[in-house]
Design a protein around this ligand. Structure first.
Ligand code: AMP
Length: 147
């Protein structure tokens, strides 16, 4: 059986995101696979110009937020020794951007966190479930204990 060669971590920078990242790193090291990481900006207004970065609405706070997210991605990527070309900060809807990038980069395993929610929360859906449904490759859902 072929093992995984390209593993993509989907990170949301929640308190438990680090746990997901460490699991993926451990697996990648064991399999000698290449690690990629993505964070989807779903809470910052998107620049909508073909000529460069123009931050609409509240310019200062959007810019600050973007810098904060960039730094967080850099910090975790440096810690996990992920090469710069494999770090992705993308505007959009998490499930869509994660599965699209996975297809483009020939990822064979996506690693996400899953709260294993039940009842009402499960009915409302989760990113992990949506990624699993739409991905064209395997998905590892790392169980996240509720804090
Ligand atoms: P959630 O359904 O929001 O609890 O998220 C479940 C998992 O989906 C997280 O542990 C991450 O692995 C992934 N995820 C959620 N939001 C994002 C995001 N904005 N960017 C990248 N991955 C995300």
């Amino acid at each position: 059986m072929n093992h995984y060669h390209h593993i993509l971590i989907a990170i949301d920078f929640s308190a438990q995101g680090h746990h997901v990242a460490l699991k993926a790193k451990q697996l990648a090291d064991q399999l000698n696979a290449k690690l990629h990481i993505i964070h989807v900006l779903d809470n910052i207004p998107m620049p909508d110009t073909p000529y460069g970065l123009v931050i609409p609405l509240d310019e200062d706070s959007s810019y600050e937020l973007l810098e904060t997210e960039k730094n967080k991605l850099k910090q975790i990527s440096d810690e996990l020794d992920i090469e710069p070309a494999c770090r992705w900060l993308i505007w959009g809807e998490p499930q869509q951007e994660i599965t699209q990038l996975a297809a483009q980069q020939q990822i064979d395993l996506i690693v996400v966190g899953s709260h294993g929610r039940h009842g009402w929360a499960a009915l409302m859906g989760s990113t992990a479930k949506d990624v699993l449904y739409h991905a064209g490759c395997d998905v590892l859902a790392v169980h996240l204990p509720e804090f």
